[in-house]
Design a protein around this ligand. Structure first.
Ligand SMILES: NCC(=O)CCC(=O)O
Length: 308
């Protein structure tokens, strides 16, 4: 593979955090990333569209942590989706995260009852969020439950209401130590705790089986998360099903380690991000999800100019 001969087809999905009231802040756990008000988020999308970023993954940073609140049409995420889709239509692709952690005091991605996972209640909550964001006009929903039927249940709920919203599933979500900065940003109290229902990184077979199940149930894109420690997984997913569309999530811990190493002079930041983006592309990803859209555009433009 010679990147400068082919040009880069891979696209970037930029993470956007939308807050309400006093949760809006210039600062988050992730360097350079803000929790936006609706208005500021729209201005930011406009700027990014001009720079060439057209895909956004939306996370809520609510003050009131409740599913009932999040499914109201006045909720910050639904308001943002309607506004952006009205302004830009198909020029922008919006993906709403329907993980449950921003909506629960526990910070868990699933609902627990008496110390056991309540699968039905978890599917129901993710389906309700999916319906609410679909009503606002979102293009994709991204379920993050680590449960075996998340795609099937959400698809059924969407079909019953005649929504054609697609599904980008967190199918290969490993129990990683690298999610702390994201959790700090969404106000989760779980810190760097590993969640035991996420995929065990010492057992890739089980994670790949989960991915195959999600595809059979109708997932349009599957996510591998984190990215750089899991390039072998991206490569295997493409080998199992070369038509499968894969998004590699370069998570907050990966991003922050690079930023902090650059700050101390240990690495050259641009040089390092070029290497990260090239390695994820070589592994076969169709999309990168992350916090380094500016770095990605700089790298992709330089490579594509060389290929012409
Ligand atoms: N459901 C979204 C995430 O878990 C993000 C992880 C990260 O960026 O660390």
């Amino acid at each position: 593979m010679k990147l400068d001969k082919e040009g880069i087809k891979m696209k970037y999905i930029e993470c956007l955090f939308i807050g309400e009231g006093s949760s809006i802040s210039e600062i988050s756990g992730i360097k350079g990333i803000q929790v936006f008000s609706n208005e500021k988020a729209c201005e930011y999308v406009d700027k990014q569209l001009q720079a060439g970023i057209t895909y956004f993954l939306i996370f809520a940073v609510p003050i009131v942590k409740s599913i009932e609140h999040a499914i109201e049409s006045t909720f910050c995420v639904s308001q943002f989706i309607s506004k952006v889709k009205n302004l830009y239509g198909d020029r922008v692709t919006l993906i709403a995260d329907v993980g449950l952690s921003p909506y629960q005091d526990s910070g868990q991605s699933v609902i627990y009852q008496n110390n056991t996972i309540d699968e039905l209640a978890s599917y129901d909550a993710a389906s309700q969020l999916s319906l609410a964001f679909s009503e606002a006009g979102v293009d994709y929903v991204a379920p993050c439950l680590s449960l075996p039927k998340q795609v099937e249940k959400i698809k059924l709920a969407l079909n019953q209401k005649n929504y054609s919203t697609r599904i980008m599933s967190y199918s290969l979500k490993f129990s990683s130590s690298l999610y702390g900065a994201y959790r700090q940003t969404i106000g989760s109290n779980m810190g760097t705790t590993r969640k035991n229902y996420q995929s065990d990184y010492t057992n890739s077979d089980s994670a790949l089986t989960h991915m195959c199940d999600d595809l059979r149930q109708g997932a349009d894109i599957v996510i591998v998360k984190p990215a750089v420690h899991y390039l072998d997984i991206i490569f295997q997913v493409k080998n199992i099903n070369h038509k499968c569309c894969v998004a590699a999530y370069h998570v907050s811990g990966e991003f922050m380690m690079a930023k902090q190493a650059a700050e101390t002079g240990l690495i050259d930041e641009d040089d390092y991000f070029d290497e990260v983006h090239a390695s994820i592309y070589r592994a076969g990803a169709n999309f990168i999800i992350g916090y380094a859209a500016t770095e990605f555009i700089r790298w992709k433009t330089a490579i594509n100019e060389k290929s012409q």
